[in-house]
Write a protein that binds this ligand. Structure first.
Ligand code: NOJ
Ligand code: CA
Length: 712
């Protein structure tokens, strides 16, 4: 074959490139490898020929994340993407056991091998970057470190280009990479089927911004070989939240940080600093995703000391009645919970009155429920008509005239029920920041130990997003300030949980998902029966979830003709065990709990756990979890299914040897069905020990809840 002129030019070019490369300091690509303690996971760092940093991950000898590059783009500086040399590296092993002050378990094992790679640009300005890799038996993580270095005091990051190169078109459970909200329903598609853009402008979401075909984390996947992967981040501090941009052709995800229209960049930091960890859980069994402690382990130990002033608890609320439209947050107006539009009305009924609060306290106190959330107690709601003018509107100190805050707190204390404060910031963080000290110190003076904060609507100033660096700092600083006043925070419309509860254990719970409230007013039919069997393997991997279970009046009648809960009653009970939070709401109205035999489960169920075992589960189909209560040693089991009827087998071998337990089993009645007969339930008592294996039938949209009290 003859060579054409074009081919000679190409040859010349190739020779030129090679001779140019020969001039550089680097002779050959450099590799560095670590494996996890039991060697099932292997992480390999390498530099490409052009000095691009890359990593690759193997699980049981098979590549699960193929060569993926890493780097940054900046304002005012050239990108840090290639042209690196490895100038050193270090390896460490770590093996510790630490205790959670409250949690899904008491003892946490933190065991990993770490590799630190020191990189320096070959060319001037010879910038340096360290990358930390950790290999655990249930996953891996890495983070970047910008060292203190001459001539570089600050970086303004416009893009972080961390890649996750998948090895197949995995099945994915995902929500869109929304910069404002995590309250989307989960989608189940192949990776190549991800279409986040079509989720824009959802009618029930008042603030969304989905600029790219990207997903939010945790995003969980299953490979064709049956391996489970979940991608997230840990230790999100002074940085912006990471979404993952989807490249369907290359089966590749790339970090897309949440930005700001005001500053035009993603992150601004003074050197030195470390980025959050980029995490991948890699396990053979679904249960290992939930039992994994990778995310909390990657965070720093407790920085605020003893938090025994906060006690995990069940709580009720002057809350559901507002979502059902029975009462209102403010005085003299009604609010349409679908459009959120308010109208002045003389027939409106204010929910947060002293009298109403006492009614809830009386019921809670008799039923082993230790907290009462009161929303709409403070002035400001009357101005919160539209979503535009919210700056300076809410007052976090002044109660409405029909609510005697001090008297309610006093009455609660007398009855053994503590009040949970509510701060709806309406996403005007500057208004909130200006009042934080006074508001938390008021709480402290009254002995109120926890606050539910809320961030409904678009952030003010316009152009900042909920998950950008500015708001990440706001949410984290609120928690740090709250700790100073011995206040624990349950944030709604929060930034994602990234395990910071280890460092700041007053960060107790958060929403950050499509919660129960949607069932009261969503126009799309509410949360489907499969919702929580996906949430358990996605959102819940990030940390505690304030889902607010416990609706007994499943059809919401007579209040909401077009809405209902799409589960059975037994499914609602099971959620107290399946969905973890140190504060668990019994969200329904008092009248719906009175004389209900099923309510005994809510009375009994624990909220603080010695240990947790996932018995079985498949993402989006079903999940069964057993948790042992601290102090009493009693066990509670919860199992939920999606719209399919299912037989679930429970092997009780997790119970202690030679011990008998009094079991109360709450299971779907034979004719139960999430839509046709949701409240049909069978309650039976029996004796259970660890030799028993039992199969239960869960109805479509159904569930199973079991309490197991140790017999003396
Ligand atoms: C949204 C929260 O998720 C909900 O629980 C609360 O009642 C409203 N905001 C009002 O703050
Ligand atoms: Ca399913």
């Amino acid at each position: 074959m003859k060579m054409k002129l074009k081919d000679y030019n190409l040859l010349l070019l190739i020779i030129l490139i090679f001779s140019f490369m020969g001039c550089s300091e680097r002779e050959k690509p450099s590799n560095t490898i670590i494996s996890s303690p039991s060697k099932n996971i292997l992480v390999e760092f390498q530099l490409k020929q052009d000095g691009t940093p890359c990593y690759m991950v193997k699980h049981e000898g098979k590549i699960v994340i193929d060569t993926s590059s890493m780097g940054f783009e900046f304002q005012k500086q050239t990108a840090l993407i290639k042209g690196f040399n490895v100038i050193g590296n270090d390896m460490k092993s770590h093996n510790e056991t630490w205790e959670m002050p409250w949690g899904e378990q008491r003892k946490v094992f933190n065991c990993y091998n770490e590799l630190i790679v020191n990189l320096r640009e070959i060319e001037t300005p010879n910038r340096m970057l360290n990358i930390y890799f950790r290999a655990y038996d249930d996953g891996m993580a890495f983070r970047y470190e910008f060292l203190k270095q001459e001539g570089l005091d600050e970086v303004i990051i416009t893009d972080e280009n961390t890649q996750f190169n998948l090895t197949g078109d995995h099945t994915c459970w995902w929500i869109p990479g929304d910069w404002d909200l995590y309250e989307h329903l989960y989608n189940t598609t192949k990776f190549t089927g991800i279409d986040a853009i079509s989720k824009r402008n959802h009618p029930n979401l008042n603030a969304t911004y989905i600029p790219e075909n990207a997903v939010n984390t945790p995003v969980t996947m299953k490979t064709d070989e049956g391996l489970y992967l979940s991608f997230h981040e840990a230790g999100l501090i002074d940085y912006s939240g990471m979404t993952l941009k989807v490249d369907k052709d290359k089966l590749l995800m790339q970090s897309e940080l949440v930005g700001s229209d005001i500053t035009g960049y993603k992150v601004k930091r003074t050197l030195p600093f470390k980025t959050p960890w980029r995490t991948i859980q890699i396990v053979n069994k679904t249960g290992d995703l939930i039992e994994s402690n990778l995310i909390v382990n990657l965070n720093e130990p407790n920085k605020i000391g003893n938090v025994s002033w906060f006690t995990p608890m069940k709580y009720m609320g002057i809350w559901w009645e507002m979502h059902l439209g029975i009462s209102t947050w403010d005085i003299g107006a009604t609010q349409d919970m679908t459009t959120f539009i308010k109208k002045k009305s003389s027939s409106s009924k204010h929910g947060a009155t002293t009298e109403n609060a006492k009614k809830y306290i009386d019921f809670a106190s008799k039923n082993n429920i230790k907290g009462l959330l009161v929303e709409g107690w403070n002035t400001g709601w009357e101005h919160w008509i539209g979503f535009e003018d919210r700056e300076g509107v809410f007052d976090f100190i002044t109660p409405y005239p029909d609510y005697d805050l001090k008297e309610v707190v006093r009455y609660g204390r007398e009855k053994g029920v503590e009040i949970i404060m509510h701060h709806e910031t309406s996403s005007a963080p500057r208004t909130y920041e200006a009042q934080m000290d006074t508001a938390y110190s008021l709480m402290n003076s009254l002995g109120i130990r926890s606050v539910k904060s809320g961030y409904v609507g678009k952030i003010i100033p316009k152009g900042e997003y909920h998950h950008g660096q500015w708001m990440v700092n706001h949410y984290n600083n609120a928690v740090i300030k709250a700790a100073f006043y011995q206040v624990a925070v349950n944030a709604h419309e929060p930034i994602k949980a990234t395990g910071l509860r280890r460092t700041y254990p007053n960060m107790i719970s958060r929403e950050g998902l499509r919660g129960q409230e949607f069932n009261a007013w969503a126009t799309d039919g509410g949360n489907p029966p499969e919702h929580l069997s996906i949430v358990a393997f996605t959102r819940m991997l990030a940390g505690p979830v304030d889902f607010t279970p416990g609706v007994f009046n499943i059809k919401l009648s007579p209040y909401k003709k077009n809405n209902q809960i799409n589960t059975t009653l037994a499914h609602q009970l099971a959620l107290y065990v399946v969905i973890y939070s140190p504060i668990q709401m019994a969200c329904d109205l008092v009248e719906n709990y009175i004389n209900q035999p099923s309510f005994q489960f809510i009375r009994d169920v624990g909220v603080d756990w010695e240990q947790t075992k996932v018995i079985n589960g498949e993402i989006g189909d079903f999940v069964t979890i057993a948790r042992q209560e601290r102090e009493t040693g009693n066990w509670f089991v919860g199992s939920i299914t999606d719209e399919e009827q299912r037989s679930v087998t429970i092997d009780f071998r997790f119970l202690e040897d030679n011990k008998k337990y009094k079991g109360i089993i709450y299971k779907d009645g034979q004719d139960a069905h999430w839509n046709d007969n949701p409240t049909s339930i069978d309650i039976k008592e029996t004796i259970i020990d660890n030799t028993i294996i039992k199969t239960f039938v869960l109805a479509p949209g159904g569930g199973l809840a079991i309490s197991l009290k140790l017999k003396n």
